[in-house]
Design a binder for this molecule. Structure first.
Ligand SMILES: *Cc1c(COP(=O)(O)O)cnc(C)c1O
Length: 412
């Protein structure tokens, strides 16, 4: 498919999502599990930026057993798109949200006795059973029942007709820290043993996220909840277990404008960047409103860290940056972003790339979680686009049969 057609559908910048990479990752992760352990694909936060609806379909077709999201709206979006697989809402809801969660057949997380009572009340109100997983606090200090609360609450809930106890889980705070993770897992297992002693069996017990499932195969239990790995990334410091992951994500834009600038010219807002010798600048339709070049806020950890930071800043001031600035790739060559990144436009120094033309494609680095949801997502299979989620969220199939005009409104 040519760039003009893609631009008609998606505009001059878009994120390409390769379906076969997501399928590969899902199958690879599933291959680490011992049946009947199930795989819950975490698709919160718009499937880590890849686009929840289409990615849910891709993961389900590749063998995901369950889906996980954080908010009611995320669950509703999937149901409205016709996805019928079980979906776990992994956060507590406010009482006002519960009826809608139940009419959408979403599985609730119960983190307190009052939460359980609210779920039962909502179930009675809408005339449906609430399917629930209990969440146990084992060390993250975010949400969950205290371990000692679990057995008494389970014994009560089992007698409530409106509530179906399907599972119990916990979440790791520092899965890569062996001591801390082990303490959390031991705490969770003590709760599971107490339940067993009471002859209470809950079908789905789960604690592992991506790091946990790589580090602790013995704790896969009935289900694991994987996010990071499915999107092609290894968590920091986790073992790889022979897993090979594929990157499904590529951020692209087309050059809008090119102009020459003389030596000594200040470039961009505030004139922060001054061109050293005559060069050419290319303008791309991407800026911080899209999440581009947002660096996470952090604070030096210690004096060494601070010293490193100062050295880098001084080198950058002297024009001897150590290659850490933002750069883009044009026809396989790196080109630095210069001047301040604007809200929606940025400049790239292409003085060393004489062939570069307006309309040419540029590849950019963009951290997935900060990518704006309004950037179009272009879903591809082996590089061939088949579906576009546009800026307004509309899903537009890409018809690729020969001679077909893909321009919206073509033929009117
Ligand atoms: C985000 C999340 C996960 C997935 O974590 P990854 O590290 O991305 O695999 C699992 N469980 C819960 C409750 C989460 O919020």
């Amino acid at each position: 498919m040519d760039l003009a057609k893609l631009t008609w559908l998606a505009g001059p910048r878009w994120i390409e999502i390769e379906a076969t990479a997501l399928e590969h990752n899902l199958r690879a992760v599933k291959g680490l599990l011992q049946p009947p352990t199930r795989l819950l694909a975490v698709i919160k936060a718009d499937a880590y930026g890849t686009g929840a609806v289409e990615v849910a379909r891709i993961f389900l077709a590749a063998g995901a057993d369950y889906l996980g999201v954080t908010t009611l709206a995320e669950g509703q979006e999937l149901r409205q798109a016709g996805i019928r697989a079980p979906i776990l809402l992994m956060s507590p809801l406010l009482a006002e949200e519960l009826p809608q969660a139940l009419t959408n057949d979403l599985t609730l997380t119960i983190s307190s006795r009052s939460g359980a009572e609210a779920a039962a009340a909502a179930a009675a109100m809408v005339g449906r059973q609430a399917r629930v997983h209990l969440k146990v606090e084992t060390g993250l200090q975010r949400t969950g029942l205290e371990p000692g609360e679990v057995v008494p609450l389970v014994r009560e809930i089992r007698c409530w007709p409106g509530v179906q106890l399907e599972g119990i889980y916990s979440h790791l705070a520092e899965a890569a820290h062996p001591g801390a993770a082990r303490r959390q897992m031991e705490c969770f297992q003590r709760v599971l043993m107490e339940l067993e002693e009471q002859q209470i069996s809950l079908p789905l017990k789960h604690i592992c996220n991506s790091t946990g499932l790589l580090l602790h195969p013995a704790m896969h239990l009935d289900m694991v909840r994987a996010g990071t790995l499915l999107y092609g990334q290894f968590p920091y410091q986790a073992p790889r277990r022979g897993l090979e992951l594929k990157n499904p994500w590529q951020f692209k834009a087309r050059i809008l404008f090119i102009h020459d600038v003389a030596a000594g010219t200040p470039v961009g807002y505030g004139g922060d960047y001054v061109v050293k010798k005559a060069t050419r600048l290319a303008v791309i339709p991407v800026g911080y409103a899209d999440g581009f070049a947002l660096t996470p806020v952090s604070r030096p950890k210690d004096l060494n860290d601070l010293a490193r930071h100062l050295v880098k800043t001084i080198l950058a001031y002297l024009g001897r940056g150590v290659g850490e600035g933002t750069a883009v790739t044009i026809a396989g060559q790196r080109a630095p972003v210069v001047g301040r990144v604007g809200m929606q436009l940025s400049m790239v120094d292409v003085g060393h790339l004489p062939e570069v033309k307006v309309g040419q494609e540029v590849q950019l680095d963009l951290r997935r979680p900060t990518a704006s949801a309004r950037l179009p997502r272009v879903y591809c299979r082996e590089g061939q686009p088949y579906l576009v989620r546009t800026t307004s969220g509309e899903m537009v199939p890409v018809l690729s049969s020969a001679g077909q005009n893909l321009a919206p409104g073509a033929g009117i």
